[in-house]
Each structure stands twice: as structure tokens, then as C-alpha cells.
Design a protein around this ligand. Structure first.
Ligand code: GLU
Length: 441
């Protein structure tokens, strides 16, 4: 069975970059009727917070990306210890004692000599006595996995054939000096134990994948299919990493972005398929094809989410928004008429409030000097309410006959006087909803 996972660290809220990873893994699982696991990579007790774990789940639920199972790495520490012991027993795990400063110095020296900054494995030469002495002086060491110096190859679901020379990569640290298991070991154990068949993640993980393949093989696990999607950039191709903090899903939600808009964009951006508004996850799943995604960095413009949101909203039937509409104070019997008038003129749902304010309390009229007399004459002809769908037509016909004005010269000053704006909904539909007409004085 196809099993995928989305594995955020609960050290912050998730953003559009994470969403791509979550969505692709979700879609792969759903498309083949498989399982989608939410895995919380919380081995760092200082930075991991329940608040973020809750926030991540809330954001995924908002989007409808439901998971079949949730797993927490902090519940699996015994399993990681057991895997570490297996690696020790097979001579693939060794204790090192260099301080960060010493490691930094080594790296600088290598770089100065034009060499790649790969850990030199000097700890492998330490005798048991030397290690005991170092442990006494410096405390427990950190543990590195001893890579096999050969090429690591895989066919990536997006990048195609990849080959990494293991000798060009430092032996990864899997346990810190303070005993904390690091992501690489935990992730590998989980992927093996949970039967993960497909891993999609950002291309910043390509090197990790190389080392993880070797660890999985050492532990006797089955290597999943890997695919690495490109990283998002800003609209001009600029790095997005620093701005991702402002692109948290909860901020977009707060700004009024609709799930359908976000999912539709993310399921297609960077692929050869056009972005189109899709309104259900089933439709998105149906059309999803990982092989259509390219390796080039993907430009993301948050502004693209708003026209999609507007289009989605304008397609919604009244029932979908009735609660929001009546929540604004719109009388139940006018709710549907109000929605039909307003829906084409909003970008996000909260724009409705402005239209209801216009209807319920009226707008400051905008009357150009040259239209003053005309507007006064026209308003004198406006019948007493309540208005209906025919009022505008009948009224403007009468105004035309009385003043000789027609077309834009007739309609625009009236629109501006009644709504304070030069654009907006169809006036014959809007007029019956205008409960207060301030232009009348
Ligand atoms: N917690 C890791 C991250 O957020 C997971 C990477 C992976 O998918 O293995 O980068």
C-alpha cells in the first residue's frame, strides 16, 4: 500500500513552502487509496512546542488535508536507541568529541586548501583509553554514522537520476553530545517502521536523502521512492526563505485567502499543467501528476491567491455563506439578494462587511460640482421605498426624461451619489438593498 508522510517540526507554524510538501504527499496517498501520516518531528525538546503542533493540525484541517494517523517522534526514543545500538554493533557508528569550534576550524582549513569541508574522521583513530579520557574531560561525545564511500544512486520522482559521491559528504551526526537523537536517525527509523513508500520533500533534502538511503540499508529497511520538489522563490526569483515567516498559512487565512485558492495554486505551480481553480480536493487529486513538476525554482506570488479566492467566492451558492452573511446583520429575507449583489464585488469574504455597511448605513455621497443640480433633481424624483428590482429602471427613465441626460452622464453621478463609489454592483440589484440613502440629506 502507498504510504506517505508529512513531517513538520513543531518549532513554528507551517507556511506555503511546507504546504507544497504536505499537499504532494497527501495527494499521492489519496490518489492511490493509500495512507497519509502526519509525523511530528519533535526530537528537539527545547524548540518543539505543543502550541505549534496544534497550530499545524489546525492549518491542515482548515485545508481539508486530513491524515490517517499521527505519530510523534518524542514517543519513539527507545526505538531510536535500539537502532543506534544496531549501528554500533555493526561498526557503522562512532563517537566523536570535537567541539563546534574545532570542527569549524577544520572546515576553514579545508576550504583554504581548496578541499571540500568534509569531516576527516579523525575520531575513528581514537583508542578506547583516549575516548575514556575525552569523555572525562568533555562529557559524552556525539555519534556519527560511517558512510560507505561509494556512489549513492536513486531515480528521483522529480529530479530524475541522481548520483551522490558519499565521500563528498560528512558522516552525519545522529546523536548529539547531550544524547538528543537527531532528525536523520529518527526519520529513517520512522520511514522504515511505518512502511513509508514515497517521500516527497524540498530539494534542500537531496544530500540528506543520500545519507538516509545508506542508513536505511544498514538497518535492513526498504528504501522508499524519493522525490524532491524545487524550492519556492518570490515573484522576481528572489529567495523566499526569509519571507516565509510572513507566509504562514494562518496569516493567509487571516487575510481571507480561501483553501480552494491555496490548494489549486499549490497543486499546479511549478508543473507543466496550468493553474486553474479547482473547488474540491477530489478534483485536485484526480488531476495531480508528480511527473509534471520541474526541477527549476518555482516562483510564488502571494497576490495570485486573491483573484483565485475571488473567483471561488463568486461561484459559491448562498447556503455556503448564509451564516457569514446573516452574521453581519443582514436580515434573513434579504440575505440571498445581498449575496448575489455583493459576491461579484469582493476579493475576500470579509469585504462583505463593507458592502453591508453601505446598504445599512449609507455612504458619504460623492457629487461633482457640475452634477450638483442634476443629482438634486434626480433625487427629488426618487420614489419612497421600499425599492424593488424595477425601481432603478423606472427612476432613471424618469430622470432621463426630466433632465435630458443619458448613458454614463446619467448613471455615473447617481451611482456616486448613492454609493460614494464609481464602481460596484449592478445598481438595479443594489438599490432594493439600500436602506439608507444619505445623498437625500
Ligand atoms: N522535519 C523535517 C523537515 O521539516 C522533515 C523532512 C523530511 O521530510 O524528511 O525538514
Amino acid at each position: 500500500m502507498t504510504t506517505t508522510r508529512f513531517a513538520p517540526s513543531p518549532t513554528g507554524y507551517i507556511h506555503v513552502g511546507n504546504l507544497r510538501t504536505a499537499l504532494f504527499n497527501y495527494l499521492i496517498a489519496r490518489k492511490s487509496g493509500g495512507q497519509f501520516i502526519l509525523r511530528l518531528d519533535d526530537t528537539d525538546p527545547e524548540r518543539s512546542k505543543q502550541e505549534y503542533a496544534d497550530g499545524i493540525m489546525e492549518d491542515l484541517e482548515w485545508l481539508g488535508l486530513t491524515w490517517d494517523r499521527v505519530e510523534k517522534q518524542s514517543n519513539r526514543l527507545e526505538r531510536y536507541e535500539q537502532a543506534a545500538q544496531e549501528l554500533r554493533d555493526m561498526g557503522r557508528f562512532y563517537e566523536c568529541f570535537e567541539t563546534p569550534t574545532e570542527l569549524d576550524l577544520k572546515r576553514k582549513k579545508q576550504l583554504n586548501m581548496g578541499k571540500p569541508p568534509v569531516y576527516d574522521r579523525s575520531a575513528l583513530a581514537l583508542s578506547d583509553d583516549e575516548k575514556a579520557k575525552l569523555r572525562e574531560d568533555r562529557g559524552q561525545g556525539h555519534w556519527r554514522f560511517k558512510l560507505d564511500h561509494e556512489r549513492i544512486n536513486w531515480t528521483d520522482g522529480i529530479l530524475g537520476d541522481i548520483s551522490i559521491d558519499a565521500a563528498s559528504v560528512s558522516d552525519p551526526v545522529l546523536i548529539r553530545g547531550d544524547g538528543q537523537f537527531l532528525y536523520t536517525l529518527a526519520s529513517v527509523c520512522d520511514d522504515v517502521d511505518f512502511g513509508i513508500t514515497h517521500v516527497v520533500r524540498g530539494s534542500d533534502h537531496v544530500t540528506n536523502t543520500g545519507t538516509q538511503i545508506q542508513i536505511i540499508e544498514a538497518l535492513g529497511g526498504t528504501v522508499p521512492s524519493f522525490a524532491h520538489h524545487s524550492l519556492l522563490t518570490g515573484p522576481q526569483g528572489e529567495a523566499l526563505s526569509k519571507r516565509l515567516g510572513t507566509l504562514a498559512l494562518r496569516d493567509l487565512r487571516e487575510q481571507g485567502v480561501e483553501p480552494a485558492a491555496l490548494l489549486s495554486l499549490m497543486a499546479r505551480l511549478g508543473s507543466s499543467q496550468p493553474v486553474e481553480l479547482m473547488t474540491s480536493l477530489d478534483e485536485i487529486t484526480e488531476g495531480f501528476d508528480l511527473s509534471t513538476f520541474g526541477a527549476a525554482p518555482t516562483k510564488f506570488d502571494v497576490q495570485d491567491l486573491f483573484p483565485l479566492t475571488a473567483r471561488h467566492l463568486s461561484s459559491l451558492p448562498y447556503e455556503a455563506v448564509a451564516e457569514t452573511v446573516t452574521g453581519l446583520g443582514v436580515p434573513t429575507d434579504q440575505g440571498e439578494a445581498f449575496w448575489n449583489v455583493a459576491k461579484e464585488n469582493i476579493t475576500v469574504l470579509k469585504d462583505l462587511a463593507g458592502w453591508w455597511e453601505l446598504c445599512s448605513t449609507g455612504a458619504d455621497p460623492v457629487i461633482d460640482d457640475e452634477d450638483k443640480e442634476f443629482v438634486a433633481e434626480a433625487l427629488a424624483l426618487l420614489p419612497e421605498g421600499p425599492f424593488d428590482d424595477d425601481t432603478w429602471g423606472a427612476w432613471t427613465k424618469e430622470v432621463k426624461a426630466a433632465t435630458g441626460r443619458k448613458g454614463r452622464g446619467l448613471f455615473m453621478p447617481l451611482r456616486k451619489a448613492l454609493t460614494g463609489m464609481s464602481h460596484g454592483p449592478d445598481m438595479s440589484a443594489l438599490l432594493p438593498l439600500l436602506q439608507v440613502i444619505r445623498a437625500k440629506g
